[in-house]
Write a protein that binds this ligand. Structure first.
Ligand code: 4AZ
Length: 259
């Protein structure tokens, strides 16, 4: 979701007056190009060779992405070991999708439970460039205010353009516990926020569905926000920890075929 309502326009003007730059040259908003294949769980979901969402590999057969990235399974492919979207680098693994399972409580109006599982048509070949992510466990300590996380993707590199990044990029963002303060009633218990106190660092359109990694664990799925890289509106992520048992259940009972 990419909201650019009147509210955003107003805040953007204020930020410019305050001298805070939220657009950052030709980088992912505030980030850098990933050294090739060093985020081995990052996937690109592609429709007609066009990247539309990120995803995260959780096993050799399954990925997690955002429910708002949904398309019928026969209409998209999964690419692993991807770096440069338009170049054939010889190491990519391409897959058709055998199953997509949107969370049964996903609410497309509020973006609550914005999570979806994607099953590959065959197991991925795991190697140094393709590895499942580390999931948090019930024992993983709660995220703290000062935790720095990393979010990656091929999403927009500037706030007001419509071009995807040709290469995978990553940016560090801080976990922000007091998110209701920014978004008031719109943040549910299934969402977490991350961003920069000064703005200028964020995920954006096209990064949706991709991973937010904190202390080496998969903690968030790029979900929504008002604009991008605005200090007053941090990025909102699906709280992966809330779905550990749902994910396990689906992976073990994968008889339901939604689309
Ligand atoms: C989007 O439209 C989107 N700044 C993704 C992330 C954020 C905003 C919008 C967070 O997919």
């Amino acid at each position: 979701m990419f909201q650019r309502g009147p509210l955003c326009a107003c805040v953007c003007v204020c930020v410019t007056i305050g001298g805070v730059e939220v657009e950052n040259g030709d980088r992912i908003i505030g980030g850098v190009e990933v050294q090739n294949y060093t985020i081995p769980y990052q996937a690109s979901l592609q429709y007609n060779n066009f990247h539309f969402c990120g995803a995260t590999l959780i096993s050799s057969l399954w990925l997690v992405t955002a429910a708002h990235c949904w398309r019928p399974s026969h209409l998209f492919k999964v690419v692993l070991s991807e770096h440069h979207l338009s170049a054939n680098e010889g190491v990519e693994q391409w897959f058709n999708v055998s199953n997509v399972i949107v969370h049964y409580m996903y609410n497309y109006r509020t973006f609550d439970n914005d999570i979806m599982l994607v099953k590959l048509d065959r197991p991925a070949v795991l190697n140094s460039r393709v590895q499942p992510v580390t999931m948090p466990t019930a024992d993983t300590p709660a995220l703290r205010t000062d935790t720095t996380c990393a979010v990656s993707g091929w999403g927009l590199t500037k706030v007001y353009n419509d071009y995807l990044s040709p290469v995978l990029r990553v940016v560090d963002v801080d976990f922000i516990p007091s998110c209701q303060y920014y978004y008031y009633f719109r943040i549910t218990n299934n969402m977490i926020c991350a961003g920069s106190r000064f703005g200028g660092k964020d995920s954006c359109q096209g990064d949706s569905g991709g991973p937010l990694i904190c202390k080496n664990n998969f903690e968030g799925i790029v979900s929504w926000g008002i604009g991008c890289a605005n200090p007053y509106y941090p990025g909102v992520y699906t709280k992966v920890r809330n779905y550990l048992s749902w994910i396990n259940w689906v992976v073990q009972n994968d008889a339901i075929n939604t689309n």
